[in-house]
Design a binder for this molecule. Structure first.
Ligand SMILES: Cc1ncc(COP(=O)(O)O)c(C=O)c1O
Length: 415
């Protein structure tokens, strides 16, 4: 059992914000969630009480070293790896560019890389960049437009004896599809290539276990799971030790520091540690932090499925609304539902939901540009409603009512 929703909600001061005469209902979590008080406290506490650079002989510096070590342990507990495999950086995108550059140096001429059309550009462009630099081939795998699921047959065909790496998302930030990573991993093993997982959208909604996944590297972003704006990269230790990374000569060559260039965002790391602690604290039963995180993420996934079902059914029943991605119960998904409202650009729907209903939803393509293009909505964009650990059924109903009322008002304009 995890904390009741009301107890969770009390920890998020942002939920008291008012807009358009209503308390705000935040559905912008896939773009970045709200932050609970202990996370903001940890950032403040670090800056006001422990601020220093690392590896020096005075207390604030030692405390900073200790904080970073503690945060690596927390991230390792969240992801299932070991602390010396956790690399911190400014965001997932930058870390992935760095990883791609380093990997590219080691791949032989004629190598190929496989990406997918379901992915965020952050898990496509770093690999395209690498391919351009070393003249490698990139193959892109399509998804089924109806179900929003990856075309596994096409993936099998795309991977061949020259493939050095498959880059795939844990879940789609645009459609909510959860990918069958076990199947992708089997393929990667069979064909002897590396597996990189963009877990930015899956980590907030599902238990992650890099050991079980048997991937080689995985990235996530704590600001999507109640923390500050930093990025985290897990790299299998044997790979991390041997990666030809770009680094300054005097910088440490030990893992994981060898992949961290310059001074880290210490206060962000303090907040990320607190975000993992916050998630673990939602379960009060005995057990290690890793065990509690597992139980919490399973329960949040279960709650998310109920919210997703309500959102999907409610939105799909509105005349003029078209929802995308896996229908509830047909394939694993996160509580992220994207839709279009016929006759209106997504930006207008987003503005009206905020200004008329106090409901905050993102709009556009969310850098999942192939998803928007393949679905034929690159021009109008998608409206994206994402539930988080603080989302209530009442807020989902407000979202549905808001979209319904905008749909009714614009109904007459539809062709
Ligand atoms: C699925 C996915 N991958 C990657 C990213 C990029 O993450 P970051 O902002 O940490 O670079 C995002 C951000 O929205 C995302 O949703």
């Amino acid at each position: 059992m995890i904390q009741p929703l009301e107890t969770i909600r009390r920890q998020f001061p942002a939920l008291n914000r008012r807009h358009a005469g209503r308390t705000v209902a935040y559905f912008d979590g896939p773009g970045g969630t709200q932050v609970p008080e202990p996370v903001a406290d940890a950032v403040r506490e670090y800056l006001l009480g422990h601020n220093a650079n690392t590896h020096w002989g005075f207390p604030t510096s030692a405390e900073t070293d200790e904080l970073i070590e503690g945060a690596r342990s927390a991230m390792a507990d969240l992801l299932g790896g070991s602390p010396d495999e956790i690399v911190f950086g400014p965001n997932m995108t930058t870390l992935t560019f760095q990883l791609a550059r380093a990997l590219g140096r080691g791949f032989p001429p004629g190598s190929e890389v496989v990406v997918t059309e379901l992915d965020h550009r952050a898990n496509v462009d770093p690999w395209l960049d690498m391919a351009r630099m070393w003249n490698f081939e990139v193959r892109s795998v399509p998804f089924h437009l109806e179900s929003g699921t990856l075309d596994m047959r096409a993936l099998e065909t795309a991977v061949n004896e020259r493939t050095r790496l498959i880059a795939v998302g844990g879940a789609s930030n645009a459609l909510g599809t959860v990918n069958d990573l076990a199947a992708v991993r089997r393929l990667a093993r069979d064909r002897n290539c590396l597996l990189f997982v963009d877990a930015v959208h899956s980590t907030p909604h599902l238990p992650v276990n890099v050991a079980q996944l048997e991937c080689d590297a995985l990235a996530c972003s704590p600001y999507k799971f109640y923390g500050p704006h930093i990025g985290v990269l897990w790299v299998r230790r044997s790979l991390l030790d041997s990666l030809p990374v770009s680094k300054l000569l005097p910088a440490s060559d030990r893992s994981p520091e060898r992949m961290e260039t310059g001074t880290l965002n210490h206060e962000g790391i303090a907040g990320a540690l607190a975000a993992v602690e916050f998630l673990a604290s939602l379960d009060a039963e005995p057990g290690s932090r890793r065990e509690r995180l597992g139980r919490v993420m399973r329960e949040l996934h279960r709650r998310g499925a109920l919210l997703a079902e309500r959102m999907w059914n409610g939105l799909a029943s509105i005349e003029g609304v078209r929802v995308f991605g896996p229908a509830p119960g047909t394939a694993p998904r996160t509580p992220t539902v994207s839709f279009v409202l016929q006759g209106l650009r997504s930006a207008e729907v987003s503005h009206r939901l905020a200004d008329e209903h106090g409901v905050f939803c993102s709009h556009g393509d969310f850098y999942a540009t192939d998803v928007a293009r393949c679905l034929g909505v690159a021009e109008v964009g998608l409206v994206r409603a994402g539930a988080a650990c603080y989302t209530s059924l009442a807020e989902v109903d407000r979202l549905i009512a808001g979209v319904g009322s905008i749909a009714r008002e614009t109904g007459g304009d539809r062709s």
